[in-house]
Every structure is written in structure tokens, then in C-alpha cells.
Design a binder for this molecule. Structure first.
Ligand SMILES: Nc1ncnc2c1ncn2[C@@H]1O[C@H](COP(=O)(O)OP(=O)(O)OP(=O)(O)O)[C@@H](O)[C@H]1O
Ligand SMILES: [Mg+2]
Length: 422
């Protein structure tokens, strides 16, 4: 009887405890997430003088965690007290019955000692089992999130029989095709609607258009950070979903719209493009990216640490590091997403020259707001709301007098008024 009561009590209270433990873990990771988020964004916090607000938010998370932790501890005490009570009552009853037996002569003293020894042998393992059960349940509750992570399926995975990308001409820019590409980050909001274009081998295609049109999304899809929801993307006729991600990404170099660097030395970040590059190749890339004068001025030179996410560098310096490491990677396909948007016009012109030279034999996708940087592209696509609304060369688009021509005139006006660099 006592045994059944003991087991069912232990199981019931442990279930209950697991629930508290789970809540506690959830609140703990939430509080940690908040702390990390506000520390990473410390500049934003300071810009808006919201230190108190952030501290309050963290405090609130911790308060809720505290409440859950207290409940978890209370349930542990309840479990311990309950288990001890059940065992103590059972032992008292049995020893009392045995003592009564000795008193009325139906049992000997030896029997009493025997019963007592039995009780001790039963009680100690039982208590031990109770503790083990509790610890295992708690451990499982703590590990739950990790197991959940293992079950998580990858958004993009190499299919069975994925092949390495084979270029028609080794080392030269391949043909890149977007065939009626449809894409949505979330099913309820489609971003790209039937985007269809071809970048001929070794040529440059520029994509222009308003913010949010889906330009950077094209680059992410080409990299296969996401799979298209309709249509397909091919490189030299091979659907990128049939290729290994490793070989696909090795073939593409990108200067992203927002450059994020590792909190390490400048040289580490530049070499990231190709860790086994020679000293000479690094210097060449640095020179082409117009980084040389900047590095020469630094007291620690190449060994300067760049801070978390590169926050000790100016926007333009970060961008030039991104260009240098892309040049070092030396891939057959280039993607330049606003690659020179943070640079002054003198540096921009110098780098445009280097980028043009780099793009010469490569297949290049340039995304730009400043139209003057794309006038000599072989093909210009104008994107609006996830659709290509116009396409052609600079001259033919100007002659057509559509969206592109209007954008050009507006930017030319701004240039004349000195609001925009050339
Ligand atoms: N990870 C994401 N999840 C959900 N929506 C996203 C995600 N990334 C981008 N979007 C949405 O997709 C749309 C297109 O984004 P994209 O970054 O391609 O714009 P863009 O044309 O590059 O704009 P910009 O010129 O400002 O860089 C935007 O409306 C954006 O809100
Ligand atoms: Mg963008």
C-alpha cells in the first residue's frame, strides 16, 4: 500500500515539477536573448537614451524567471517532504506492529531486529530510486530544447545525388538564368512574381528599383539561402537545387548590402575570402579595394581589431574590406549589392574601376540605387514590387522614356543641385 502511494506520489509531483522546469528554461533563454539583443544594439539603446527601459525589460524577464524558479524549488521541497512522510509513516506503523507483537509474545526480539533490517534495506534503495527518477526527469526537461533543435529540419538541404557545379568554361563566368522565379519568405506574402531574366556568360546585369522591390532577395536566392517557391534558377543550365551548396557558394562572390565583420584583426577578415591566399594576393586585393592608404595610417596596421560586427570601422571602410575579400575569393560569378553605397565619390570612382576590371570576364549581378554606377552594364533590369517592369541598356531605357528614364532625370537633377555625388 505504502509502496504504491510512494510511487504514484513521486510520479505525480515530478510531472508537475517538469512543467515548472520547462517554464523556467523558456524564461531563462528569453531573458538571455533580451540581454544579448540589447548588448548587441548598445548604440541604438544609447542613441535613444533607453538604458532604463532596457534594464526594466530585462528585470521583468528575470522576475518571471524568479517566480518560476521559486515554484520549481517549492515543488522539490514538497516532493522531499511528501516522500519522507510516506516512508516515515509506513516504517512507524510496521515497527509499532512488530513491537506490539514482541510485547504480547507472538514475535521474538530477533524477529523485530529482522523486520527492522528489512525495512532499512527497502527504504534506502527506494529513496535512491526516487532521487534518480527526479534527476532524470529534470535532466530530460533541460535537454528538451536541444533535442528539439536536432529534430529541426534544414530549410535548404543538398538533395540526394546533388552534384558539384560544372562550369562550361572553367574559370570563366557562366550563364545565370532566373526562369519565372516566384518566391515568398512567408507563404502569405509573395515577394517575387515571375522574375525572368538571363545573364549571358561574362556579362554584367544591373538591377535597379525602389527599396523593398526584392533586389537583395535575388542575390539570396542565387546563393540558395532559400529555395524558390516557383520556377527555377540555373547556372550553365544546371538547376541550383541539384547542386551541392558548397560548390554553388564557392562559385559566387558577394559584397553584401550590410557588411558584418568578425571581431578579429583586419587581416583575418580580409583573408576570410580565401584563407590560403598568398601575401602577394592579399596586397593586390587590398590595393584594388583602395584600402592601402587607410591601413598605412593605422598604428597596428593589418593587426587592428575591428570590433564586434566591425563597429570600429567606418561604413566605407567596412565596405572596402568586403570588396577586398570578395576580390581575394576570385569567383566566376560576382554579386555586388550596393557595394559602393557608403563611399565618397573619389573612392567610389577608384573602386568602380577595380570592380569593372574584376567583372570583365565574370558574370556579374550589380544591385544599385545610384544609376550613374550602372550606365555601362550590358543589361539593366528595373524592378518594382517583385516584378521586372523594364529591361534594356542604359541608352534604350532612356529612349523608351519609362520608369528608368524618370529615375535618371530625378537623379540627374539631384546631382545638379549637388545633393548627390556623380
Ligand atoms: N528574411 C525575411 N523575411 C521576411 N521578409 C523579408 C525578409 N527579407 C526581406 N523581406 C522582405 O522582402 C522584401 C524585399 O526585400 P529585399 O531585401 O529584396 O529588398 P531590396 O529591393 O533589396 O530593398 P533595398 O533597396 O532597400 O535593399 C521587403 O519588403 C522585405 O520586407
Ligand atoms: Mg537590398
Amino acid at each position: 500500500m505504502a509502496l504504491v502511494l510512494y510511487v504514484s506520489f513521486t510520479v505525480r509531483v515530478t510531472e508537475w515539477r517538469t512543467h515548472f522546469r520547462r517554464t523556467m528554461n523558456e524564461l531563462d533563454s528569453k531573458a538571455n536573448m533580451r540581454a544579448i539583443d540589447s548588448l548587441l544594439n548598445y548604440e541604438t539603446v544609447k542613441y535613444f537614451g533607453n538604458e532604463r527601459f532596457e534594464a526594466g525589460r530585462y528585470d521583468e524577464s528575470m522576475r518571471r524567471w524568479e517566480a518560476a524558479a521559486v515554484r520549481s524549488q517549492t515543488s522539490l521541497s514538497l516532493l522531499n517532504v511528501g516522500q519522507a512522510c510516506i516512508i516515515a509513516t509506513a516504517i512507524t506503523l510496521i515497527v509499532w506492529r512488530a513491537t506490539a507483537g514482541v510485547a504480547d509474545g507472538s514475535l521474538t526480539i530477533g524477529d523485530l531486529v529482522l523486520i527492522n533490517a528489512f525495512m532499512i534495506q527497502l527504504y534506502i534503495p527506494l529513496n535512491f530510486l526516487g532521487v534518480l527518477y527526479r534527476e532524470i526527469k529534470q535532466g530530460l526537461a533541460d535537454l528538451e530544447r536541444m533535442f528539439g533543435l536536432l529534430d529541426e529540419h534544414r530549410e535548404v538541404d543538398d538533395g540526394p545525388g546533388a552534384r558539384a557545379l560544372a562550369l562550361a568554361v572553367e574559370g570563366a563566368g557562366p550563364q545565370v538564368r532566373f526562369e519565372a522565379v516566384e518566391f515568398a519568405y512567408q507563404p502569405e506574402r509573395e515577394i517575387l512574381h515571375g522574375v525572368d531574366f538571363t545573364i549571358a556568360p561574362g556579362t554584367t546585369t544591373a538591377v535597379v528599383g525602389p527599396s523593398g522591390a526584392g533586389k537583395s532577395t535575388l542575390a539570396r536566392l542565387l546563393f540558395r539561402f532559400y529555395d524558390v517557391t516557383g520556377g527555377r534558377i540555373t547556372i550553365d543550365g544546371q538547376d541550383i537545387r541539384d547542386l551541392t551548396q558548397q560548390s554553388l557558394r564557392a562559385a559566387i562572390g558577394i559584397v553584401p548590402q550590410d557588411t558584418v565583420l568578425f571581431n578579429d584583426s583586419l587581416i583575418y577578415n580580409i583573408r576570410y575570402g580565401r584563407p590560403d591566399a598568398s601575401e602577394d594576393q592579399v596586397v593586390q586585393a587590398v590595393r584594388a579595394a583602395q584600402l592601402e592608404p587607410f591601413i598605412a595610417r593605422l598604428p597596428a596596421g593589418y593587426e587592428t581589431t575591428v570590433g564586434e560586427r566591425g563597429l570600429k570601422l567606418s561604413g566605407g571602410e567596412k565596405q572596402r574590406v568586403a570588396i577586398a575579400r570578395m576580390l581575394l575569393k576570385n569567383p566566376p560569378i560576382l554579386v555586388l549589392d550596393e557595394a559602393t553605397s557608403a563611399l565618397d565619390s573619389r573612392n567610389e570612382q577608384a573602386i568602380q574601376g577595380a570592380l569593372r576590371a574584376a567583372a570583365a570576364h565574370r558574370t556579374t549581378l550589380v544591385i544599385a540605387h545610384r544609376l550613374s554606377t550602372v550606365v555601362d552594364a550590358d543589361q539593366i533590369l528595373v524592378m518594382q514590387d517583385g516584378r521586372i517592369v523594364e529591361r534594356g541598356t542604359h541608352a534604350s531605357l532612356l529612349a523608351a522614356g519609362g520608369v528608368y528614364a524618370q529615375m535618371w532625370i530625378a537623379q540627374a537633377d539631384a546631382r545638379r543641385r549637388g545633393e548627390m555625388p556623380d
